[in-house]
Design a protein around this ligand. Structure first.
Ligand code: 13P
Length: 265
């Protein structure tokens, strides 16, 4: 196994992005399962990203922002307030118990027109409200096939972390190849780690060596161990498999085993 990174984070992160799924009943059940899983695996950080209207319920259930499960929003608006119908300000998420906010998920980029500049502005807004953004990047299948994956990832990372007077500390990245989201098809752990290496180099250049890089895209109990066996992968961002208590719990258990394996000399 390659040597540990000096700036490796203390804990692996298992994050569940519920997207536009759930109900009050499901949210309560998943929050309880996450709480139980997190208590049994203190070496792993567990975070939930429910739809905004379910945030208060989930935050209360897990005792956010201080409890063992972190909560996050799925996107914040770049502006702090104003005439932006449907918008959710970062400060509103913070007040709802959030510690994190996803920023620039490929579905948000595609469905709501978030381009690199808007994703960067939203990251600034998140930081101003005391949230830790998780900036989502990833190439499409066409971009990958055209040999452009590295250039796309570097552009997306630089737009948020680069060309800044002050480094964007306290922000993370999720590498989510668009072609792997919801498809059951994934890169190999080695391929994912190579992409993480490209991203890591840009983060280092931007003065953000302590940012985590998560992998996302069809993560499941059967494949999480492979991804988390790679030292360049600091956690996972999970969609479908986070919507069932049993599979989400299995992911946290697997992350705990991966964390233990990393600590072994
Ligand atoms: P799936 O795990 O359903 O592929 O979704 C990944 C994702 O987009 C998480 O943000």
């Amino acid at each position: 196994m390659p040597p540990a990174r000096p700036d490796a984070p203390d804990r692996l992160l298992v994050a569940g992005n519920w997207k536009m799924n759930g109900s009050r009943a499901l949210a309560a059940a998943l929050a309880q399962a996450a709480l139980d899983a997190a208590r049994a695996a203190p070496e792993v950080e567990v975070a939930l990203f429910p739809p905004a209207v379910l945030l208060p319920l989930v935050s209360d259930a897990v005792g956010a922002p201080r409890g063992p499960v972190a909560v996050g929003g799925q996107q914040c608006h770049p502006e702090a307030k104003g005439a932006h119908t449907m918008g959710i300000a970062a400060a509103m998420l913070a007040e709802a118990g959030c510690r994190y906010v996803l920023d620039g998920h490929s579905e948000v980029r595609r469905e709501y027109g978030y381009d690199d500049a808007r994703v960067a502005a939203a990251a600034e807004a998140a930081r101003a409200a005391g949230l830790r953004p998780i900036v989502c990047v990833g190439e499409t299948r066409a971009e990958r096939d055209a040999g452009q994956a590295r250039a796309v990832l570097e552009r997306q990372v630089d737009a948020v972390f680069g060309s800044r007077s002050a480094p964007l500390a306290d922000a993370d990245v999720a590498y989510e190849p668009v072609w792997a989201i919801g498809t059951g098809v994934t890169p190999t752990p080695e391929e994912a780690e190579r992409a993480h290496g490209w991203i890591r180099a840009r983060l280092d250049a931007a003065g953000a060596p302590r940012s985590r890089i998560l992998y996302g895209g069809s993560v499941a109990p059967a494949n999480i161990g492979g991804f988390l066996s790679r030292p360049g992968i600091d956690g996972v961002l999970v969609g479908g498999a986070s919507l069932e208590a049993a599979s989400f719990t299995a992911l946290v258990v697997a992350a705990r085993a991966a964390a233990a394996a990393r600590r072994r000399p």
